[in-house]
Design a protein around this ligand. Sequence first.
Ligand code: NDP
Length: 437
Amino acid sequence: MSSSTAVEKRSELNPRTTSYEFCGPIGATLITIGVPLTTYLLYFGCSQQNGCPPPLTSIKNPEILDTLQTPEFWKSLWDTEATLMYLGWYAFCVVAWLVLPGDWIDGTLMRNGKKIQYKINAFSTFLLALGVTAGVILRFGPESFTFLYDKWVGFVTASLAMSIVQSIYCYASSFYGGKLLALGGNSGNFIYDFYIGRELNPMIGSFDLKSFNELRPGLILWALVDISMACEQWVRRGGTLTDSMILVLGFHLWYVADAVYNEPAIFTIMDITTDGFGFMLAVGDLSWLPFTYSLQARYLAFQHVELGRVGTAIVVVVSLTGYWIFRSANGEKNDFRNGRNPKNLTYMETKRGTKLLTSGWWGRSRHPNYFGDWLMALSWSLATGFDTPVTYFYPIYFFVLLVHRQLRDDEMCEVKYGEDWKAYKKLVPYRIIPYIY
Ligand code: NDP
């Protein structure tokens, strides 16, 4: 094939992105700066030293501006020991992926006619990490596992550095070797493509960076961060945990276990099938997820909220309701997409060839799974009581994320299904919450 024909073929397969999401390059710049900033702010704006949130008088205090201008403050964001530990953790995840046995399964068919093979061993990686953690705590005591609490800022910086390095590497390498690009990440605008992710599936040999980061070094770290927060509370209280901490720890561990146990389910989600691997996913997976989703547990490490029986019952009911909706809705769709329909749900045929469920959870709203996910998020914050609004950051942010994600998915489905999607929307008018939204 002549080189001009090869170039033509490549640009046919990788057309220029002509419409922006996230308000284009300006939005991409703001989020690229805003996500790391917010991750730090949630720490400085909710900690034992500063208060949660800090009193208004201290925020207005000009000393804060002075502090920000000192090199000591900026140096304090870096912690070499935490960075080495973080690198050790990342290496542990890679080695576990490599050595732990697991089936190789096919991903979805890509537009170049190929399928990526993924190794399924996130759950065994999670169990191994939990086993090692339990061993350390049993052998050396809970005080040996409070380092994630003590070195919080250093770990945040290390994870941010990792996401920046990976996104720069992926952006640069996307220009070599005729890579398959993400349809949304090939605009030609550096900051936008860097943020959205230019290459669809950056790989090193058979190691797929995107799916690896999605489930292992960030998500499992979230569980370990929570355990560390519980150890901190345990040590401070002289050997007990509050009911609120037990609930938050239990819910978060369950959520992580559920995600890694159902590893094959991620290969059909938007992040894997559609988005490239850029700063958006790298920072989301590696920094944002473990260090902001664990805010409730970090708060409870220094604020020992007791819920009592009624409070506990309310939190448990909200969480289990959310989990039931989340799991059964995702299960119905996964079964259906894999050719099974055990509940005999009704569906409509489409010109595209794939069918759309029109009863069960998917007949009640177009994203019932988002509603369940959000209810769980709300329950984790309810467990922290009502003394501070800061611990409600997660459900508020998550609501915005899910609404935005629903709009993105709706647009994409409209492109995929055309008139059929309009007909489906008439049959299922609610977007996320049945009868409300
Ligand atoms: P969905 O699981 O809702 O998948 C949307 C896709 O499902 C559509 O593009 C379409 O794809 C298919 N679909 C839509 N309607 C139907 C129907 N009626 N019948 C059959 N298939 C249908 O979205 P996501 O991938 O965004 O989310 C997956 C999970 O991840 C959710 O549970 C979500 O809550 C969770 N999540 C969690 C986040 C977190 O930070 N904790 C962040 C984002 C998501 P097609 O027809 O091509 O198959």
